[in-house]
Design a protein around this ligand. Structure first.
Ligand code: SF4
Length: 188
């Protein structure tokens, strides 16, 4: 079974998934602890609200925190931050630790991770996910579920299973390496 959080990591860099399998600890970076504090603030505010992110049109009827989800069919396992029921619809809310991207382009890793949770929640609630939310420190983003996103979840899971079976992703130097806690292991 693949932890859902690894789908996001795979899209950051496949080599990170390989280090996780080896049990290599990521070197802490300053932005990580700052991000954790901001995420906790966001949680504190959100738990006290009757609406999602304070938006009147998104009045929440029920909230569930920390649901453990798994599916043998999808080969996925994970704990969902927050699921909300709005009317008859159960929806995934993935809480992120940073601001939403200024250019409006949501990273594929964020979308695929939340889409994977939505597919797991569908099985749990016996429902159909048509949309999900990403909650950033400066706002909420609604994303429509598409067949393309579903295929991308399945594709990413298969790629990770390939690493589990022994494929070693090569080191690929990119902009991301400067913010990666594994750079010393990649000899960068
Ligand atoms: S340092 Fe670069 S190549 Fe190495 S794991 Fe991080 S992002 Fe990937």
């Amino acid at each position: 079974m693949v932890p859902v959080s690894e789908l996001r990591q795979y899209h950051f860099c496949p080599r990170v998934v390989y280090y996780h399998i080896l049990g290599v600890e990521e070197a802490p970076k300053d932005y990580m602890s700052a991000g954790k504090e901001r995420q906790e603030d966001l949680w504190f505010k959100e738990r006290r609200r009757k609406t999602l992110a304070g938006l009147r049109k998104l009045r929440v009827d029920e909230r569930r925190y920390g649901i453990s989800l798994s599916s043998l069919r999808l080969c996925l396992i994970g704990t969902l931050d927050l699921a909300v029921r709005i009317g008859g619809e159960w929806l995934v809310v993935e809480v992120k630790s940073g601001p939403k991207p200024r250019d409006g382009r949501i990273p594929i890793g964020h979308r695929v991770q939340a889409a994977a949770y939505s597919m797991l929640l569908e099985e749990e609630m016996n429902s159909v996910a048509r949309r999900f939310f990403l909650l950033y420190e400066n706002g909420l983003i609604e994303i429509q579920m598409t067949d393309e996103l579903r295929d991308h979840v399945i594709w990413t899971t298969r790629r990770i299973l390939r690493i589990y079976r022994g494929w070693i992703p090569p080191v690929r130097i990119s902009r991301r390496c400067s913010s990666c806690g594994y750079s010393s292991y990649c000899m960068i």
